[in-house]
Design a protein around this ligand. Structure first.
Ligand SMILES: Cc1ncc(C[n+]2csc(CCOP(=O)(O)OP(=O)(O)O)c2C)c(N)n1
Ligand SMILES: [Mg+2]
Length: 321
């Protein structure tokens, strides 16, 4: 349980439960067409990686990710009402209703979003880290990277520059074993993705069990401290997504057995086990956290439904021509 108090461990659990309940309801609302968009990318199964790693950050640190972004925004502290309003495309959303599921961002909590182009956010992560270094802000950037983003040019250019300029960035590869439906070993010559660090002269923090939030926290804490003082760090978290790439995608492979193996180590269950080990009487507290998370999500849905649509002026605002 490392250096975390019981309250902090419960907070970690609360964030993971809230993310899971948020995503479950988003899937339903998407099926009901209350949430629009061609895709809906859910974070179910990967909560241990997001919450565990972000627990190692200070509020002044920065986070950026790809399109599986709702849970990341919740864990970075974005307002749940405004996140849900963004899902609905409402004016009160964190991106004014113009981002939607795939482009959530909330600069007030240093959550930079939400990007659809695979790897396209990695140069932005390097840029934010450059700003921190230039101003001597001592702020770290935590950049999530899908395994599927490790073979394009953005990855190469961003990791290389981060090493050349000693940028305060933690590159966290979320290896959920597939890029869309393609297994990592089919797309990648060296499937142990953390080894890429060596080629760039970046400190390699190895592989971690992404289903265990405390294991992720422990390595992230070291990596964040290293990045703050010395420069780029890389972690590979082995995790699993329970849904297709988008919720409308089939799972491509028949992989029930593999899924069952990972679900048996669901990050919420793993965290419950940690807490029960610490305090066998914790069960009722866990149930209360779950009930509160469900209510928070229902309240957020009400807020989103009652919020106004963007106006015509909103639509043409923030456009550069
Ligand atoms: C530059 C670019 N190429 C292709 C795509 C289509 N595409 C979207 S997601 C994806 C795979 C991403 O895999 P991974 O990063 O492992 O994400 P996961 O779905 O597992 O979260 C691809 C090829 C895209 N969005 N951008
Ligand atoms: Mg993947």
């Amino acid at each position: 349980m490392a250096d975390l108090t019981k309250e902090q461990l419960l907070e970690m659990y609360r964030q993971m439960v809230l993310i899971r309940r948020f995503e479950e309801r988003c899937e339903e609302l998407y099926a009901q067409r209350k949430i629009g968009g061609v895709y809906l990318h859910l974070y179910n199964g990967q909560e241990g990686t997001g919450v565990g790693s972000m627990f190692a950050l200070k509020p002044s640190d920065h986070v950026i990710t790809a399109y599986r972004d709702h849970g990341i925004g919740i864990a970075k502290g974005a307002d749940v009402n405004r996140l849900m309003a963004e899902m609905f495309g409402k004016r009160t959303g964190v991106s004014g209703g113009k981002g939607g599921s795939m482009h959530l961002a909330d600069r007030s909590v240093n959550f930079w979003g939400g990007y659809a182009i695979v790897g396209g956010h990695l140069p932005l992560a390097a840029g934010i880290a450059l700003k921190s270094k230039y101003n001597d802000d001592k702020e770290v950037v935590l950049s999530f990277i899908g395994d599927g983003a490790t073979n394009n040019g953005y990855f190469h250019e961003s990791l290389n520059l981060s090493a050349v300029w000693d940028l305060p960035v933690v590159w966290l590869i979320e290896n959920n074993l597939y890029g869309m439906g393609t297994p990592v070993e089919v797309s990648t010559g060296q499937p142990e993705l953390h080894k890429r660090a060596i080629a760039y002269g970046i400190k390699d923090f190895g592989r971690v069990d992404g289903m265990d939030p405390l294991a992720v926290y422990a390595v992230a804490k070291e990596a964040v401290a290293y990045a703050r003082e010395h420069g780029p760090a890389l972690i590979e978290s082995i995790t699993y997504r329970y849904k297709g790439h988008g919720v409308s995608d089939r799972l491509y492979q028949r992989r029930e057995q593999e899924m069952a193996l990972y679900k048996a180590r669901d990050p919420l269950t793993v965290m419950e086990d940690h807490l029960k080990q610490l305090d066998p009487g914790v069960e009722s507290a866990l149930a209360a956290i779950d009930a509160a998370a469900r209510e928070t999500v229902e309240a957020a849905i009400r807020y989103a439904e009652e919020s106004p649509d963007p106006t015509y002026d909103d639509l043409i605002n923030h456009i550069y021509a």
